[in-house]
Write a protein that binds this ligand. Sequence first.
Ligand SMILES: C[S@@+](CC[C@H](N)C(=O)[O-])C[C@H]1O[C@@H](n2cnc3c(N)ncnc32)[C@H](O)[C@@H]1O
Length: 247
Amino acid sequence: MQKKIPPAVIALLLQFVAFALVFSCVKLFGFRIALPVFALLCGLVAAVLSRFVNLASWWLFIQLLFVPALVAMQGLDIPPRIFLVAFLLMLAIYWSAYRTQVPLYLSSDKVWHALEGLLPETGFRFIDLGSGLGGVLKHLASVRSDGFFQGIEYAPLPFLIGRLRCMSLQNCKVNWGSLWDCNLAEYDVVFAYLSPVPMERLMFKARAEMRPGTLFISSTFAVPEQAPDSRIEVDDIHGSTLLVWRM
Ligand SMILES: C[S@@+](CC[C@H](N)C(=O)[O-])C[C@H]1O[C@@H](n2cnc3c(N)ncnc32)[C@H](O)[C@@H]1O
C-alpha cells in the first residue's frame, strides 16, 4: 500500500503557495490593500487550490479562515505563552493525528455494554488498538475478571490517563506505542475504534496475524470490500455499529 502525503501537510503547503501568489500579485501590480483583505485573499486562494487537489470539503472551510484567524488573533494581544501551552496540550492529546488521521474520540458506554456480549465465555485476551482514555478496557476488565485486557495508545496524555485508570485492576494494562507494532496473534478479541483511513491496512494485518476462530471488531468504520460476518447496531449518540469478523 503506497504512502500518501497527509492532508494536513498538503493544506499547510497550499497556505504557503496561496500566500506567495497573493503577495506576488500585490507587489507586481502595486496594489495597496489592508491586512484583513490580504488575509482574506490568501484564504480564498488556499481554499480554491484545496478544491483543485480534492481535499475533503471541511478543509476548504479551514483553509479559507486560517490566515484571517491568524490576523484576528494577532489583534487580540494574547500572551504568547497561552499559545505555547495550548499547542503543547493539543500535541499531548492528539500527537501524530495529523499523520495517522485517527484523532481521539470516545466509545459510548452503550458500546462497552455491547462488547460485553461478544467476549468469549472464559479465559481470553482482549486488545483495544488505540485505547484512548482506557474507558473500554476499564469497564470490560471490571465486569470480566476472567479475561486479560490490553490497551495500546500512541498519544502521551491519553496513554497516561488510560494507564492510571487501569492501574487498580490486575487484569488490565495499557502500553505506550503504535498499534502497528502489536502482534495480534496473542489475542482472542481485537477491538478498534479508529477512522476510515487505516481500516484496509489494519484488516490486512489482522488476517495475516490473528488465529482462526478469533474475533476482529471495528466500531463504526468499515473495511473496503470486506463485509463483516455480523453487525450490531448500538443505539447511542454516535449511531455506532459494531462490525464483527471471525477469522
Ligand atoms: C477514536 S479513539 C478511540 C479510543 C478508545 N478505543 C475508545 O473506543 O474510546 C482512537 C485512538 O487511537 C489512537 N491511535 C491512533 N493511531 C494510533 C496508532 N498507530 N497506535 C496507537 N494508537 C493510535 C489515538 O491517539 C486515539 O486515542
